[in-house]
Ligand binder design. Sequence first.
Ligand code: GDP
Ligand code: GDP
Length: 448
Amino acid sequence: MAKPLIAIVGRPNVGKSMLFNKLIGKRLSIVEDTPGVTRDRIYGESEWAGRKFRLVDTGGIEPNTDNQILAFMREQAQIAIDNADVIIFVTDIKTGLTASDQEVAGMLQRSRKPIVLAVNKMDATGTVDPDFYEFYNLGLGDPIAISAVHGHGTGDLLDACFQYLPPDDGEEEDSDVVQVAIIGKPNVGKSSLTNKILGEQRVIVSNVAGTTRDAIDSYFENSYGKYNFIDTAGMRKKFKVDDSIEKYSVLRATMAIERSDVCLILIDAQEGVTEQDTKVAGLAHDAGKACIIVVNKWDAVEGKETNTMELQRRGYAECFSFMGYAPIIFISAQTGYNVNKLMQLIRDVDAENGARVPTGVLNEMLARATARMQPPSDKGRRLKIYYLTQASTRPPTFVAFVNAKHLFHFSYQRYIINQIRENFGLEHTPIRLVVRERGSGEVGAKDV
Ligand code: GDP
Ligand code: GDP
């Protein structure tokens, strides 16, 4: 099966985020020192007992509320619940069992998903707080005592979750299939684009309604390859949300993005770029996905002249300058204009995002690049890049071993990244560069 999804659910403040970070956090360390990647994550991947799984943190469920924000958070949590294979229901020993917990339990039971009950903030080991036994009243079986802060009990918790999963058949998701998320505001033409593409291809295999009410998966094959289009129902119009829950308002887009290889960021040509557009694009960028800025409804733009597209392209490029690698394409989902070209682009950016550069040629390039433009120096000490290697793909992530991190200025990092792009045809994918310091004693033959 595909990597199972575990959702962390519970009232606000019981420690869900803390638990999420404990289960996921450390494993993301490879990208830690990359600028722009330190974001509040609500979705991540990890591994337990040799098996990969996905984890989603929900904002929190307050069952009885007139508060619009809390109601909205509840709705977002429902999306995660609908998608999950197993639910971790987190409660809090400090507040004890509350009426709200009882109601959340009822809501979870109606979902018919397997539920693992965790009682958090059991920080002291050795003694069991008598209040712990109250949690048996939820009728969800044995509660598991955990401390998200210290990590106690989290192994038992994962064991309990895994016991509900069907045995691992060892099969990864069909890796030939390119997962494409279509994201953007309501009415930009996401469904129209999917329909156009499906309509034009005579080889539709299936059109499966996704597991949620929110995303429709459409699998098809054509001369470009095998694709699964994930059509998100769109982010809601932004209504007033405060910062603490802002991150959960994009849960739906986040889940589609994380599941994808390529993100199509749809913009309405009649409307131009809005703040919400750059925001969703930012999510895809942070996730390291190959992205394409798709300006739709080009047919409806009036008074076009020969250079209109070029002028507009520059405007769009400026709005999305933080992700300059993303190609910009003008299409019409209605007339089909440039839709084939879009298919080609999807294939190409996906290939770049998954590309692997052999270490040998990478270091030959590094030698040429550093010879052409000398590395920066400070107070008589010059940056040395000993060695460059590609650590992972999707996105291509390179690790540079250097003598002193602080000498590797942003502008020189950009220079090296641009050299990688030019030399290996990686112009249309985000690239990450991780800088590691290495003592001069370790240098040896790899010194460049
Ligand atoms: P969420 O709203 O459910 O995501 O809760 P948070 O993860 O933001 O945690 C809420 C509060 O509980 C924070 O002040 C945390 O520091 C605290 N907290 C979380 N886990 C633990 C724990 O295991 N022990 C203790 N003592 N406090 C915790
Ligand atoms: P979604 O909410 O993003 O899925 O948007 P829809 O696909 O439902 O489209 C919203 C509206 O925009 C519909 O009335 C479509 O007919 C219209 N629309 C979509 N694509 C185009 C296009 O390329 N040109 C024009 N003129 N209208 C379009």
